[in-house]
Design a protein around this ligand. Structure first.
Ligand code: FEO
Length: 399
């Protein structure tokens, strides 16, 4: 894909990755892109690189704008290797005057590439450098996504190069928000937030407040993955504000696996009870729903009800997987409970309940076990559990 001029003399020189389907556990079923940017000014600056296998394509894109040896500055906003993978090759080809990064960025670059001889220049939040006609202001954004992360704000263009923040894993030939279907774009952005940035919600709240305090005026957000935001960049900032507040809707998620449909039958009875209370329900059988799609739904759900039959004195591997994954992403303001069928030992409900408690989900019922196959009578308590959780959802969620 050719370079795109996103602002006068500012070029996208990245690559679209149509084939990636797994991003360390996140299902990227629509691919992704690695966006990096070249500013042509008195000093020529390259902002980040791309994933290593795309070396030829990235250099080809840069060459279509300028001879790479004419680049003066390399700015490393983020050291994760989807953005820094080609830093050594760029430094070899460019021999830059300076490599700008945060203090944590310098540490991480040395720990990744073991080169202490590069011309590092550490920058802190608020530091400005001039490229000639343009000024770059740096803003450290620790843990968004790694300790080294920072934004680069181009004052004269009101352009925020935002690293991982505001991105989406979505491969397209279009590069801007106004060129694609907006609801689909926001679905990808929400899934990305839920699976990558959710644990850092309080930092995002702080960041939004800092950006407001600094009075940064933003006409365009150039993120490192997916589509860039130029139609109304305020809309994705508002969405981040909403998502990071973690104020759930009147919605419940039933996540389960099943062996012989007993646990699934229980799930449907719980769904029945929740619906009687007017709560929106998403049923997610883990055989058919990827963990990262579960998290996208969990983002605005109040209740998470987890079911597994007992297998070998434990729970189904898919259920164990999703509990580990949810725990790492540290959702807040959720209530939950466990359910499941069993044959003789029946440990799964107890184990799931403990896992929910460990991740600080408020368990509002000790859970329901059914031996072998539930009959009509055995399903009554499941419906009651749904109603109990539904009532609790209604009590805690207004509007
Ligand atoms: Fe897209 Fe944290 O790397």
């Amino acid at each position: 894909m050719p370079p795109i001029e996103v602002r006068k003399n500012i070029y996208w020189v990245g690559v679209v990755d149509w084939n990636i389907r797994d991003f360390h556990g996140y299902s990227t079923e629509k691919g992704s892109s690695y966006n990096n940017f070249l500013i042509m000014d008195d000093k020529v600056a390259l902002f980040d690189t791309v994933k290593k296998p795309f070396r030829s394509e990235m250099f080809h894109n840069i060459r279509r704008v300028i001879d790479p040896s004419k680049i003066d500055y390399l700015i490393v906003n983020h050291v994760e290797m989807d953005h820094s993978g080609l830093v050594p090759e760029v430094i070899d080809a460019v021999n830059p005057e300076r490599v700008f990064c945060s203090a944590k960025g310098k540490e991480a670059l040395i720990e990744h590439f073991h080169r202490t001889d590069w011309p590092y220049e550490v920058v802190e939040s608020g530091r400005e450098i001039s490229l000639g006609k343009r000024t770059v202001q740096f803003l450290e954004t620790r843990m968004l996504h790694w300790p080294d992360s920072m934004f680069s704000y181009i004052k004269e263009d009101r352009l925020l190069i935002s690293s991982d923040a505001f991105g989406q894993h979505w491969a397209t030939t279009e590069r801007f928000d106004d060129e694609v279907d907006e609801p689909e774009l926001f679905r990808h952005a929400a899934k990305y937030f839920a699976n990558i940035l959710l644990p850092y919600s309080s930092l995002i709240q702080q960041l939004i407040s800092n950006v407001t305090d600094m009075g940064l005026e933003i006409d365009m957000i150039a993120c490192d993955h997916g589509l860039m935001w130029r139609k109304n960049p305020g809309k994705i900032i508002e969405a981040y504000d909403t998502w990071s507040r973690q104020q759930p809707k009147r919605k419940a998620l039933i996540i389960y696996d099943t062996m012989w449909q007993s646990t699934e039958t229980m799930a449907r009875a719980i769904e029945d009870g929740l619906m009687q209370e007017g709560v929106s329900v998403k049923m997610m059988n883990l055989k058919f729903n990827h963990r990262s799609d579960v998290l996208a739904e969990l983002l605005d759900a109040k209740a998470v009800i987890v079911g597994s039959p007992t297998l070998n004195n434990g729970m189904m591997p898919t259920v164990s997987d999703i509990l580990t994954y949810i725990k790492g992403l540290r959702p807040k303001n959720k209530i939950g409970a466990a359910f499941g069928s069993y044959g003789w030992s029946g440990e799964s409900v107890k184990l799931i309940t403990k896992a929910l408690e460990d991740m600080k989900i408020e368990v509002i019922d000790s859970g329901i076990k059914v031996k072998y196959v539930p009959d009509h009578e055995a399903l009554h308590p499941c419906v009651d559990l749904g109603r109990k959780i539904g009532a609790a959802v209604n009590e805690s969620v207004s509007g």
